[in-house]
Write a protein that binds this ligand. Sequence first.
Ligand code: NAD
Ligand code: TYD
Length: 349
Amino acid sequence: MILVTGGAGFIGSNFVLDWLAEQDEPVVNLDALTYAGNLNNLRPIENDPRHIFVHGNIGDAALLSDLFTRHKPRAVVNFAAESHVDRSIHGPEDFIQTNILGTFRLLEAARAYWGGLQNKSDLRFLHVSTDEVFGTLGADDPAFNEETSYRPNSPYSASKAASDHLVRAYFHTYGLPVVTTNCSNNYGPLHFPEKLIPLVIHNALRGRPLPIYGDGMQIRDWLYVKDHCSAIRRVLEAGRLGETYNIGGWNERANLHVVTTLCEVLDELQPRSDGKKYSEQIAFVTDRPGHDRRYAIDARKIEAELGWRPAETFESGIRKTVRWYLDNADWVENVTSGSYRNWVEKQYA
Ligand code: NAD
Ligand code: TYD
């Protein structure tokens, strides 16, 4: 049994679906079902007895204690977080509550349970984090490696950095068997359409503007979500305790390039009815405050130590992603009704 938190969100639900497709070990999935969590993501396993969904908060100490005692997980994989930088700029409070305090409560519950275990190697805590904790790079700087200093610049990345530090401290102070992963930008199926790639696909198909912040030359290192999930499984299996592993796809791309690539794939797979190109919908808008210019991951440690490699290139992953959104219009319709309208839709009303 493993305990996954945030398993109704984008990466967490991909992880749970892939996990159960590959093996029979059951999953307890604890998720608060915020705007970003959606049970529709888990529909293929809704009647699967190996999947136990628990609607609850990682900040709820009593619930956590009960889950550990009842299910005796051999591993915790902590995805639960507030994850959108723009939202963290508008309202950081939830990021502090979930990413910092929530992770603290989860660590405390894990420590209490682990303290009572006869065999201390019967638990492993994997904390899922981001490359954004390292801050921003100049054009010629080397990519982030595991020794790069933390310099978070947004409330989101600062809250993730704080949680990473707590995880590290629980290893050094209490010996809790932890491992942390710092991954680059993910994209793929089940991605909520507030982040760049799903937002652009969603807006393109509705004839809306495709917003590019600033000059669009900011660089992100993109990884297909299924590759992130395989890396996490590998680190869970063989990562060394107390270590951190950077995960990335060697796919640095400028935002404008990402958006034009999406437009080209859409032109091919679902051309506009008026014969025009989707790129005509591109709109340069005011930049995000404190916008990090470049992220890049040096993934040599996980490759050399654990033999992990991504299966998708940027081009193959983008094609799969566009195809998935075209084939899953009902999913998009479902997640963009309700609270989504309060955030993204109002910008295009
Ligand atoms: P997401 O926003 O899509 O999903 C987050 C999930 O956590 C949702 O299901 C939400 O309901 C749940 N959640 C939020 N607060 C909770 C709480 N207090 N208790 C229980 N559940 C709660 O996020 P994502 O993109 O899937 O990211 C998952 C993790 O991976 C996060 O920790 C994020 O920092 C990290 N990460 C994301 C990326 C990326 O590109 N998306 C890259 C690297 C790391
Ligand atoms: P995003 O998907 O929000 O991820 P993150 O901020 O965690 O990297 O944004 C990816 C990049 O795209 C980032 O540089 C901001 C930019 N961006 C836009 O240009 N327009 C948009 O509408 C969004 C949501 C993001």
